[in-house]
Design a protein around this ligand. Structure first.
Ligand SMILES: [Zn+2]
Length: 448
């Protein structure tokens, strides 16, 4: 996937800008198809994918997808951006003959952009710099993107003047591609193909930290192929394996209809599920210590009467408890199917359970809740930021290259959580195989 993103996609993106639409369209469609086939084969996914998986395979990671760009979809953005960069130079040719191929080409690109959801600025706007955007919007897009470039001129012929004569508008293609991709995602979310479970999943996958496992980092061990495939299937809304799991769980004897039942099965709860919580806690404890805080895990002999860990910061003592939620488990889908509801209700449950205990110790309680897609509850994210602030105040940021900083911690948590998710599925399958074997032995009359 990384090879495709970094080494395969840039060259055809250049062709999209440099070649006329009529020449590039067909080969690009074929390229998209071939690349998708290769990725699906490598990830052991069979085509055709259902609409939700097909849409979000090509969506950006920040929008809940996998980030495998479909070039055909962003082609008009590339063509328009390239037309805008040469618009001043080509103006005399356009004035002599407004039906030249490059003019028709940019008109096609303009029409496709409008059809793909890009808004045109009003007829009174001569230049994109006159478009007003709020401070929140500017902040949301960051320092390297100009949100005013999401808009097109009122008519395609205004391309030479709308961009203020600038030949280099670094974020123009990116901003227009973003609108096209987000529009495609929103169209799916409003369609009959999108189930309430899809909405919950996509909302969780849009959280920044839930897609971090798709990045490579020298300090964090990458997922194995098998773990990557399961994490990918989870993010795309597919079942964990290419084959169907038994409708009735042989271990807990429940018929749930949940393809990701291994996450919620009582048979894995005290095994790999507990291990995955412990792994989250140990990463948070290590990060806290690297931030200069005192941190310790509670011994397990007290069961669940006390929370998982105690942290001492300069601002006070904090008790925490890690918890994972399967937000698509039937128990969570019974009530109102609102994205983020399962995370919030688990955090509330933990507060009710441990607030009194924390008060009696003159501490505050923070639930470290995350769902199976890797989306953190807001209190978890805030606690990690609080630890990071503590480290910055102490000037620990550059002391040691082996120190766990906040971005690496988030990546480590994301990777570890997905790797453990795959281990839960595999442990469940192994236990089912063992159960079936034992049942067969019993049937045959052997003594076990
Ligand atoms: Zn079960």
């Amino acid at each position: 996937m990384q090879v495709a993103k970094i080494h395969v996609l840039p060259a055809p993106t250049y062709f999209l800008r440099a070649l006329p639409f009529r020449v590039s369209k067909e080969p690009i469609a074929e390229f998209d198809c071939k690349l998708r086939e290769a990725i699906l084969l490598r990830c052991n996914l069979s085509a055709p994918l259902p609409p939700t998986a097909s849409t979000f395979l090509s969506q950006p990671v920040g929008n809940g997808g996998i980030g495998l760009r479909e070039l055909g979809m962003v082609a008009p953005a590339a063509k328009w951006a390239s037309a805008a960069s040469v618009a001043q130079d080509t103006l005399p040719f356009f004035e002599q003959n407004p039906t030249l191929p490059f003019v028709l080409d940019r008109e096609d690109a303009f029409d496709e952009l409008v059809a793909g959801g890009v808004t045109t600025a009003g007829p009174d706007i001569d230049c994109y710099t006159q478009i007003e955007v709020s401070d929140e919007e500017k902040k949301a897009f960051g320092p390297y993107a100009d949100p005013r470039l999401r808009f097109l001129p009122h008519e395609p012929d205004l391309v030479a003047t709308f961009y203020d004569g600038k030949k280099q508008l670094k974020s123009l293609q990116r901003m227009l591609s973003r609108v096209l991709l987000h529009h495609a995602a929103d169209t799916f979310l409003d369609s009959a193909d999108c189930s309430p479970a899809d909405k919950i999943r996509i909302s969780a996958c849009r959280a920044k930290e839930s897609g971090l496992w798709l990045q490579l980092h020298p300090k964090v061990e990458p997922l194995s192929d098998a773990q990557f495939r399961i994490a990918l299937r989870l993010r795309l809304g597919l079942p964990p394996m290419p084959f169907d799991l038994p409708a009735k769980c042989p271990l807990c004897l429940k018929t749930t209809g949940d393809p990701w039942h291994p996450f919620a099965c009582s048979a894995t709860r005290r095994r790999m599920v507990t291990t995955s919580h412990d792994n989250v806690m140990s990463t948070v404890v290590r990060f806290a210590r690297d931030c200069g805080a005192q941190a310790r895990l509670e011994p397990k002999d007290l069961g669940s009467l006390v929370p998982d860990g105690e942290f001492f910061l300069s601002t006070g003592a904090v008790l925490v408890d890690a918890s994972g939620v399967s937000s698509l488990a039937p128990s969570h889908l019974k009530g109102r199917k609102v994205p983020g509801r399962a995370l919030a209700s688990r955090a509330r449950y933990k507060h009710n359970k441990y607030n009194g205990h924390a008060d009696s110790l003159n501490s505050r309680f923070v639930p470290l809740v995350l769902d199976r897609f890797g989306c953190f509850h807001k209190e978890f994210s805030a606690f990690l930021k609080e630890l990071d602030t503590e480290a910055k105040q102490l000037g620990l940021g550059t002391l040691s290259p082996t120190r766990l900083d906040l971005p690496t911690t988030l990546l480590k948590l994301s990777n570890g959580w997905q790797a453990d998710g795959a281990r839960i599925v595999y442990q469940w399958l192994t236990m089912v195989r063992m159960h079936q074997h034992r049942a067969a032995v019993h049937r045959l009359g052997y003594i076990m």
